[in-house]
Design a protein around this ligand. Structure first.
Ligand code: CTP
Ligand code: CA
Length: 222
């Protein structure tokens, strides 16, 4: 069985993984979120653990079972994820940000349920902090920073911009337009984008993709 037969090539490494969506409250009964099951991040955390790493998983709300032998930190909002991740970032060798963080949150959370009226309603939104950008600006010597990228057009060019702007070592770009790819399934089609190259992986399970991502990271770190 592969999991036990696995080479412990991440032994001694501290790895922080984020997964899932965030939820930003509008009022006591409603929130803003995005499509994310958390499966990719959980697969990465599991594979990291099986390959010998000491893993912390910071996760937004998902329906997935708690992974074993992983330090689990459950959060709800982008702000909570920011706090949890930045508190632990300094001690990590590798940080992999698979979470789908909300870019905006309602400017204020209403204390009472908003009642419907006969007219349209609008919601004022403010930006959340970009966790990954903060990590890139505060990257410690030798630390490997891997982001994810969700694009519906110009995937490689847009992902490259994120690589540069956020000072990342790799971006895993999700091919949303391909059959078998995307949020909800157990398979994915991703492209690994680094400063010097782009590696397009075939359709494969999220755990297999996780293995490829970690192989690439190991090949690039000293
Ligand atoms: N990310 C983050 N904090 C945010 C928003 C995004 O850490 N507030 C991270 C995600 O976890 C992901 C990466 O940034 O690893 C890219 O997320 P993505 O939504 O694809 O890109 P954005 O930079 O948010 O830009 P846009 O949504 O406009 O494409
Ligand atoms: Ca975004």
């Amino acid at each position: 069985y592969r999991a036990v037969a696995r080479k412990k090539d991440l032994l001694g490494k501290k790895i922080l993984v984020t997964a899932g969506p965030t939820q930003e409250a509008i009022d006591p009964v409603r929130y803003v979120t995005n499509h994310s099951t958390g499966k990719m991040g959980y697969a990465i955390a599991k594979v990291c653990m099986q390959r010998g790493a000491k893993v912390t998983l910071v996760t937004g709300p998902t329906n997935l079972p708690k992974p074993r032998f992983v330090d689990l930190i459950e959060v709800t909002t982008a702000r909570e994820m920011f706090e949890a991740v930045t508190a632990l970032a300094g001690e990590q060798d590798i940080i992999i940000k698979a979470a789908a963080v909300a870019d905006y949150r309602p400017r204020e959370v209403k204390e009472e349920k908003i009642k419907k009226s006969d007219t349209q309603m609008s919601l004022e939104m403010e930006k959340t902090d970009d966790i990954l950008k903060f990590l890139g600006e505060n990257k410690k010597e030798g630390q490997f920073l891997c982001g994810f990228s969700m694009e519906t057009e110009n995937m490689v060019a847009n992902s490259r911009k994120k690589l540069e702007k956020k000072n990342l070592d790799m971006v895993v770009a999700n091919n949303l337009k391909v059959e078998g790819a995307g949020f909800s399934g157990d398979t994915n089609v991703v492209t690994l984008i680094t400063k010097d190259e782009e590696v397009s992986l075939q359709l494969m399970s999220k755990e297999e993709a996780a293995d490829h991502i970690l192989d690439k990271i190991l090949s690039m770190s000293v």
